[in-house]
Design a protein around this ligand. Structure first.
Ligand SMILES: [Fe+2]
Length: 359
């Protein structure tokens, strides 16, 4: 999915002639409107099976079949592509699912590869997190499969974040405004672990995976709710209202076999609480409201509002931030709010905010 959101045709993306001589297959022309996912050749893994087709793009912007599906891509073939100046390659959008699984299965290897730029890694992580979380919310996965899926995604996400301060900016730039539950889950998870990294200096990937899993699965109790539940135009039935009011606690019940830390459990249970006691399900306030629960509440408020801005991606963050601050009504701890806002600032060495001492 590299380049999926910003697909463009340019000279650098063109296959220059017959790369990897002898391997390019002459194939029937593909309809121009088929649509391709454009990916960085360096993200392809040597000796991994590609269960999707690969197409080269020529100078005229036409796609030529390079490989059919279910072929082991050898290192020599990848080196041949790069040696011939081929930096990008296309996967038909109709084969998106197979490509998404490939990214999920190979994500750890991609994130460990120094040849892949940081921004590309963050994009791969975000897209893989979206597709994996969609399966968690849509398919009937066993509790064990849910745990394994979250670990597969969160471990590379945390490793990239732990090793590089620039990953904060790169991850934030990935946020997509969509109203489905899985993007809502991923956005909250990502911003939440960015917050704990920033506020508490948590860099240990194991801890980030624990907290990230709590955030990612905080709405798991809503998985069978109507898909438009988060849509501001949706009018919930009394049953849906009751489910919504209880969903943080139901999530804990569904995830009771997962050995979450106290902090991760607080993030699940308290992500709709408010510092003034006006939240739900428990109406917590003061010291009852766990610090990590407060972090979850701030990011959940933001991503809920952000999701309503399905257009104008760049402006959305700014306007959603203002609405979030209004929604929190000035009750959230200032240090939390200010550090959250700073996640969206451009990189600079003074990002950590220190409260002014009270005289
Ligand atoms: Fe929720």
């Amino acid at each position: 999915m590299v380049g999926l959101k910003r697909r463009r045709r340019g000279r650098e993306s063109s296959a220059r002639g017959s790369a990897d001589s002898g391997l390019v297959t002459t194939a029937p022309e593909i309809p121009a409107d088929l649509g391709f996912i454009r990916l960085d050749v360096r993200t392809l893994r040597a000796d991994a099976v590609t269960r999707f087709s690969l197409f080269l793009e020529n100078e005229a912007g036409e796609h030529i079949l390079y490989r059919g599906p279910d072929i082991v891509l050898k290192a020599q073939a990848l080196e041949g592509l790069l040696a011939n100046g081929v930096r990008f390659i296309g996967v038909p959008k109709s084969e998106r699912r197979a490509y998404q699984r490939y990214v999920e299965e190979n994500l750890a290897s991609m994130c460990d590869d120094p040849a892949i730029p940081l921004e590309t890694k963050c994009e791969l992580v975000y897209e893989a997190a979206n597709s994996a979380t969609e399966r968690i919310f849509v398919d009937e996965l066993s509790p064990q499969a849910i745990q394994e899926t979250t670990r597969t995604i969160l471990r590379p996400m945390a490793t990239v974040l732990a090793g590089n301060e620039s990953a904060v900016t790169a991850y934030v730039s990935q946020l997509r405004a969509e109203t489905n539950l899985w993007t809502h889950a991923v956005n909250g998870c990502l911003l939440g672990i960015l917050m704990v990294r920033k506020l508490h200096g948590v860099l240990d990937p194991t801890r980030l995976v624990d907290l990230g899993a709590g955030l990612l699965l905080r709405d798991i109790a809503l998985k069978d709710a109507p898909p438009d539940l988060l849509d501001p135009g949706h009018v919930p039935t009394p049953e849906q209202k009751a489910l919504y009011a209880e969903h943080p606690l139901r999530a804990l019940e569904i995830l009771r076999h997962v050995p979450f830390s106290e902090e991760a459990r607080a993030m699940i249970a308290q992500h709709h609480e408010r510092p003034d006691g006006s939240g739900f399900p428990a109406g917590l306030s003061g010291r009852q409201f766990h610090r990590f629960g407060q972090i979850a509440a701030v990011v959940d408020s933001f991503v809920t509002i952000y999701a309503r801005r399905a257009s104008g991606e760049r402006r959305a963050a700014f306007h959603s931030m203002r609405e979030t601050l209004d929604a929190l009504g000035g009750h959230a701890e200032p240090e939390l709010v200010v550090n959250f806002v700073l996640l969206f600032a451009k990189e600079n060495p003074m990002r950590r905010w220190t409260p002014t001492p009270r005289l």
